[in-house]
Write a protein that binds this ligand. Sequence first.
Ligand SMILES: [Cu+2]
Length: 426
Amino acid sequence: MSRPLGGAAAGVALVLLAVLAGTVAQRATDPPTTVAAADVAPTGHTTTVAVTAKDMRYHPDTITVPPGDRLVIELTNDDERRHDLVLANGARTGMVERHGTARLDAGVVGATVEGWCSLPAHRQAGMTLTIVTGAGTHMAADEHGIETVRDATAPTTPAEAVHRVDLHVKEVQIEVAPGVRQLMWTYGGTVPGPVLRGRVGDVFEVTLTNDGTMDHGVDFHAGALAPDQPMRPIDPGESLTYRFTATKAGIWMYHCSTMPMLHHIGNGMYGAVIIDPPDLAKVDHEYVLVQSELYAGADGQVGDLAKMQAEQPDAVMFNGHPNQYAHRPLTATAGDRVRIWVLDAGPNRSSSFHVVGAQFDTVYLEGRRVLGPDDPGGAQVLQLGPASGGYVEAVLPESGHYPFVSHSMVDAERGARGVIEVGPAS
Ligand SMILES: [Cu+2]
């Protein structure tokens, strides 16, 4: 009945590896990142789980199986199109017609197994499923698998010309991916930190207070000044005032200024400041996406500096959680003009931001509009290096699901992807 402690610990490690190494991506050919099924003693039990395919999702999309159990998945396709389910261990249902059912024998499960729909683009649109081993059968995770989804809606530009901002450094436990908690260093308790917004000429008076346990600081790219005093690291319990005038438009990064910055940025200390260009038009929907990488340390601990140095992210993500908008899409209506601000916080990876099915007619890159609706050409990506940003606009022509990704596909598979769900025009 009870399992040895080692087994329980391994279970935790499996969950961690599962979600991070394979949120999306594990190819069947990948070397196993977890113990092989053969390493687990079969229990002789079979766990049977009903999974429904609907709206380009599997419900549930995370299944927990006691290690050593045989898993059988009974798949019902309640969608208006064909789907299948393929597992990284080679098991597959074959094509399931609309309103059809299929039974998949996943075998004895001793390690994490990723699954997906093999129809073109379905996996990218969010049809993924993760089987993890652990106590209990049906994991209580809700549909999106993590506790919170960050609202990607851009804040409106406040009327005032002086922005007084209280920014507290907090070292907090965050569920960065389903079942994976990390001790993140944050501005204000979230990763990324709050999105600040103003106009050219505005003054930002930021009071930074260090509520953490080690020294931290801040560097706002949105203002030009001598770094010596405002960017100095401060001890726990200390505060400083960082005052800058936003003289230039753009989406600017802010981040911790304490060495090694790779570790402080890599562990969550970054955010965006939007300074509106003077001629910025109103659009139907305006979103902000901050791309960054996750380098997970041990469960509940800080990020792994060695992985950051080796540039081996466990996940690449928008607004702090891999895949969050694949499961909780951004929304728009057919014919709407959508503007998406994108900042690449890195710390290491570039972004090649693309919306599947859309063509950008407007591109604003690092302080300059490089493409507008009157130009005969269009753009397919917003190309960003670490610590650069801009925005794109597109009119989404008809209702449907438009995935967005970093088109560096390895990063899309690591979690830098989401969906814009476009409803019909009324
Ligand atoms: Cu810091």
